[in-house]
Design a binder for this molecule. Sequence first.
Ligand code: CUA
Length: 156
Amino acid sequence: LLFGTGSLVVFLLIIGFGAFYKGAQPPSEKITIDPQNVEAQESFKKENLGLTKVEDGKYIVNVVASAFNYDLGKDEEGSNVKKIRIPKGSTVLFQVTSTDVVHGFELAGTNVNMMVEPGYISSYETELNETGEYTLVCNEYCGTGHHLMFAEVEVY
Ligand code: CUA
């Protein structure tokens, strides 16, 4: 009983520390987007799908997830981008939505890990301070092609 109560107190203290001291809060502001509304989806894409440089060291990455692909825009030759390159030390805001089902958005090895829901734009800002190749993976089972859903981010 003592052990059980003790663990409970420890867990509550950890949650309290995270919430009140470290500021980990559920999103207070939800940005919605109608997954059935083709125009809304198109205008989200037009705000530069993929990597956009805002200023030196500041980037935005807009992504539309769908079964079983991360749409990161097109390159100059018109083919789908499967890899984005970001300079080390940059602050990057990831904004992701889905057109069909719930997908995951995890940049393995970093603290970027979001659930992507149709109808909402999930966003997370992080600093990428270590060079390397990071795999962007879907970590929510989304159908038969779930394991094919990945892309790459290189920090150089
Ligand atoms: Cu998308 Cu699993």
